[in-house]
Design a protein around this ligand. Structure first.
Ligand code: CTP
Length: 393
C-alpha cells in the first residue's frame, strides 16, 4: 500500500530544502501532500511544493477554496503520517498548547496518526527551557522528534539547531513507528570503499560512496537499534550512531572484529578492496621514463568470510556487487562465505555505486530469493532490515 505522507511546512529558513526532501520521498515510493503556514511562504513557494508533490498545497488562503469539504479535515483523513519540517519554535509551542490557528495546526489537531517533528531554529531558541519543555510535552503525547543537528546556521556560526541532512530525515520517516522494530538489538554495519595507499597522494579505490551502508545505519538507529558504523565515508548519520572512520581493508577488519562479539546483526555493505599494494611509498612515486610501472599487489583479508567462519549467535549479512550474472554469482558467494543473508545488487552503468537509488535481491540459504523493487537507498535499507528481522524470527 502506498504510504501517504503529509508534509507540514512552517516558517524557517530550512524550508528551502523541503522540495528536495519531497522529491526524494516520492522517488522512494511515497505519495506526498503539503500544508504550509503563511510564514513558510516567505521561504518557499506553494507553487514549488505543488509542482514537486504533484498536488495542490493547502495554505490558509486555500482553506475554503473547495466548499464541498473542509480542507484540513480532508488532508488529516488522507495522511498516514504527518511530518512537520522544518518545525519552528512558534509552531512547536502552538502544538504543545493545542492551538489551531492556521492550516498546519488545524490539520494536526484533526489528525490521529503518527506525528513526526523535525525542529530547526536558532540555537538559543532551541536550548530555551520553554522550547525544551514544549518538545518534552509533545514527546509525552506520542510525537516522535528528530533533534536538530549541530552545524552551520543561517546566522553565520556553528551551533545546535540546524535541520538534519535530508537522508537522515528520510531514514527517520522511513522507520518511525510506534514499536521500533530493532529495539534492544546491536547492529554493526560497514560502509564505503576501502582505499589502499600507493604513496602519500595516491591510492587504489573503488566507486562506493558509502550511501547504502550509511542508510542502513540510519534506518537501524531510527528503528531503535544500537548501531556502530565502520565507514570510509563521511555521510551524515542520525544522533546515536557510533561512527568508526577507517581507510584500509586491514583497518576495517580490526574495527569489525573488535565490535563483532557484541553484535546481534552484522551487515558488510562496504566495498572492500581485494588487493593492496605490497609496498606503500613514503614519498610520492616519480615517473621513471617510458618503461611503464608494474605494481605488486597482495591479497587483503576477506573480512566477511572470516565472520562467516567464526560467528556464534550473530546474523551475518554480506553484499554481492556484481556487474553480470548477478543471481548466480551471489548465490555462490552466499555458500562460499557461510553467511545468513546476501544482498545481491547490480553495479556499474549508473546502478548501485554512488547512485541515489538501488534495486536488490535478498538471498538466504533456506528461502526463495526476495526481490526489493528500485527505491531510494533509505527505503531499500528499511526493506533489508525488516527482512532480516523476519528471517531471524
Ligand atoms: N568482502 C570482505 N572482504 C573482502 C572482500 C569482500 O568482507 N576482502 C565482503 C564485502 O563487504 C561484501 C562481500 O564480501 O559484503 C562480497 O563482496 P564482493 O566484492 O562482491 O565479493 P568478493 O569477495 O570480492 O568476490 P569476487 O571477487 O569473486 O566478486
Amino acid at each position: 500500500m502506498t504510504q501517504h505522507i503529509g508534509v507540514m511546512v512552517t516558517g524557517g529558513i530550512a524550508a528551502y530544502k523541503v522540495p528536495l526532501l519531497i522529491r526524494s520521498l516520492i522517488r522512494g515510493g511515497a505519495e506526498v501532500r503539503v500544508a504550509m503556514t503563511q510564514a513558510a511562504e516567505a521561504f518557499v513557494t506553494a507553487a514549488t511544493l505543488a509542482t514537486v508533490s504533484k498536488h495542490s498545497v493547502l495554505t490558509d488562503a486555500r482553506e475554503f477554496a473547495e466548499p464541498a469539504h473542509v480542507a484540513h479535515v480532508a488532508l488529516a483523513h488522507w495522511m498516514d503520517q504527518a511530518v512537520v519540517v522544518p518545525a519552528t519554535a512558534n509552531t512547536i509551542a502552538k502544538l504543545a498548547a493545542g492551538l489551531a490557528d492556521n492550516v498546519v495546526t488545524t490539520t494536526l489537531l484533526a489528525f490521529g496518526g503518527q506525528k513526526l517533528l523535525v525542529p530547526a531554529m536558532n540555537d538559543q531558541m532551541w536550548v530555551n527551557p520553554q522550547t525544551q519543555a514544549n518538545v518534552a510535552h509533545l514527546r509525552d503525547m506520542g510525537w516522535q522528534v528528530l533533534p536538530p543537528a549541530t552545524g552551520f546556521l543561517a546566522e553565520g556560526y556553528a551551533a545546535v539547531g540546524r535541520m538534519p541532512d535530508l537522508p537522515v530525515i528520510e531514514a527517520f520517516i522511513a522507520t518511525a513507528q510506534p514499536e521500533p522494530f530493532l529495539a534492544g538489538q546491536t547492529v554493526l554495519i560497514t560502509a564505503g570503499g576501502t582505499r589502499e595507499r600507493l604513496d602519500p597522494v595516491r591510492y587504489i579505490g573503488n566507486d562506493s560512496s558509502g550511501k547504502m551502508g550509511t542508510a542502513l545505519a540510519n534506518v537501524a538507529a531510527a528503528a531503535g537499534a544500537q548501531v556502530t558504523l565502520v565507514t570510509t565515508g563521511d555521510q551524515p548519520v542520525l544522533p546515536g550512531v557510533t561512527v568508526i572512520s577507517v581507510t584500509t581493508a586491514q583497518a576495517m577488519q580490526t574495527a569489525v572484529q573488535a565490535a563483532f562479539a557484541a553484535a546481534d546483526v552484522v551487515i558488510m555493505a562496504a566495498a572492500v578492496a581485494d588487493y593492496r599494494p605490497k609496498y606503500t611509498a613514503t614519498q610520492k612515486l616519480k615517473k621513471t621514463g617510458d618503461a611503464g610501472l608494474t605494481l605488486e599487489l597482495v591479497q587483503n583479508p576477506d573480512i566477511l568470510a572470516g565472520l562467516g567462519a567464526t560467528k556464534t549467535h550473530q546474523f551475518v549479512v554480506g553484499f554481492a556487487a556484481e556487474t553480470n550474472d548477478v543471481l548466480a554469482n551471489a548465490t555462490a558467494k552466499l555458500a562460499r562465505k557461510h553467511v545468513d543473508m546476501l544482498v545481491a545488487n547490480r553495479v556499474g552503468d549508473g546502478h548501485g555505486f554512488n547512485a541515489a537509488t538501488n534495486q536488490v535481491t535478498l538471498l538466504t540459504p533456506d528461502q526463495a530469493p526476495v526481490s526489493v523493487p528500485e527505491a531510494s537507498k533509505v527505503n531499500v535499507a528499511a526493506a533489508i532490515l525488516r527482512h532480516i528481522q523476519q528471517v531471524r524470527a
